[in-house]
Design a protein around this ligand. Structure first.
Ligand SMILES: C=CC1=C(C)c2cc3[nH]c(cc4nc(cc5[nH]c(cc1n2)c(C)c5CCC(=O)O)C(CCC(=O)O)=C4C)c(C)c3C=C
Ligand code: FE2
Ligand code: FE2
Length: 368
């Protein structure tokens, strides 16, 4: 069997383009146990996500987890599902479309912007194949995670390189570095909070809830905890908040191990008991609303907070299609374009040279 994917022989004869691929986590195809099970199987079989020995984990995953969790998760998904589908996918499609509009205007005909999901569809493999078929000989990978975690960013990169391992004519790849402290990302978050304050009033305290990871990942050198804390501090500074006016916490604990603390659920309990006039909650580590923000924080979080004695609870939506966020994405991509594209001139010269050598190559093939 051929080891490499079949590729069109002269796919590279037309003017080459640069692909931009936004990659987010992925989501089930439907809010049903049948659709959630294969999604969870793929997600939780990733050794970057669950780091315990494979043989032991296989038994736990296929025993208890894939029997019990799909039904429970499906019910949660059903509570946030929209007419267009899963919020995570709907927002990612919109982000790719808006970015395409902006970059397309700046670099007409030279870029192809698309999106992929690490788990589920469209897969990284199918999207890289498509970019290659569209003549992208260079691809910029944009992990939709501002803070680096091995379980997210590294997993995306692993999958990209796994696909390339099967590819004969590999595109050049650039991966966007973690942008947890990028001024445009922080400015977009600050603008989102300020807009929310304008419409709903300013709360007494701002809770910044990030997705958690197991504590041992921090001990092994994963920078996620520091990235999250720095995002929190920079956002607070941009909003002129004192350290007493905000809290960073970690949500979505999975399994029995200790995760990064403080846990969002416990902070909500404590803040609820303090009976503030209004608590504002934002999830800066998620660039698109999804199950973890809309169900766990906006619905469950509010319920727990009010039960603990809290008064008004204000969930601030993720960056989603905020114009400042799309511009931040554009800026991240433009940084990677440096050297690859200089007003189209450098690229044009490369394309001309490539076409000349390919024409020679075609002539040789035709005469043989
Ligand atoms: C934002 C960054 C994320 C990190 C870091 C992360 C780590 C991580 N997650 C799990 C387990 C699950 N996460 C689930 C959903 C989910 N996780 C993220 C993001 C991060 N995860 C998002 C955006 C979503 C929502 C997807 C959607 O469809 O809306 C789930 C599935 C839902 C459920 O059954 O609860 C699991 C499971 C682990 C174990 C982990 C780090 C080790
Ligand atoms: Fe997660
Ligand atoms: Fe840290």
């Amino acid at each position: 069997m051929a080891r490499y994917l079949t590729e069109p022989q002269f796919a590279h004869q037309n003017p080459a383009k640069i692909g931009v691929l936004l990659i987010n986590l992925g989501t089930p195809e439907a809010p049903t146990a049948q659709a959630v099970r294969p999604y969870l199987r793929q997600f939780l079989s990733d050794p970057r996500v669950v780091e315990i020995p494979k043989a032991i984990w296989w038994l736990i995953l296929n025993g208890i987890i894939l029997t019990v969790r799909p039904k429970k998760s499906a019910e949660k998904y059903a509570s946030i599902w929209t007419k267009e589908g899963s919020p995570l996918k709907v927002w990612t499609i919109k982000q790719a479309k808006l970015l395409k509009g902006q970059l397309g205007e700046a670099f007409p005909g030279q870029l192809v912007v698309d999106y992929a999901m690490r788990y589920g569809s469209p897969s990284i493999e199918s999207q890289i194949s498509q970019l290659k078929a569209l003549n992208c000989n260079k691809i910029i990978i944009v992990p939709m995670y501002p803070q680096y975690a091995a379980s997210t960013t590294a997993s995306v990169n692993d999958e990209v390189y796994r696909v390339l391992q099967k590819t004969r004519f590999q595109p050049a790849i650039r991966t966007v570095a973690p942008y947890y402290d990028h001024p445009h990302y922080i400015a977009a978050l600050a603008a989102q909070v300020r807009q929310h304050w304008q419409a709903n009033g300013k709360g007494e305290h701002l809770l910044m809830s990030f997705h958690g990871v197991p504590r041992y990942t921090l001990e092994k050198g994963d920078p996620y905890h520091c990235h999250a804390l720095k995002t929190g501090r920079l956002l607070a500074e941009a909003l002129d908040l004192t350290p007493a006016q905000y809290t960073v916490s970690f949500q979505s604990r999975f399994g029995k191990a200790e995760w990064l603390k403080p846990y969002t659920s416990q902070v909500l309990q404590q803040l609820g008991q303090q009976q503030l006039s209004q608590l504002d909650v934002i999830c800066p580590g998620f660039v698109a609303d999804c199950l973890e923000t809309l169900e766990e924080i906006a619905i469950e979080g509010q319920h727990d907070y009010l039960k603990a004695g809290g008064k008004s609870y204000q969930f601030i939506p993720c960056l989603n299609d905020h114009a400042k966020w799309i511009s931040a994405l554009e800026e991240l991509v433009r940084t990677e374009l440096t050297g690859w594209l200089t007003n189209g001139k450098a690229e044009k010269r490369n394309i001309d040279e490539l076409n000349q050598s390919l024409n020679r190559c075609k002539t040789i093939n035709a005469t043989n």
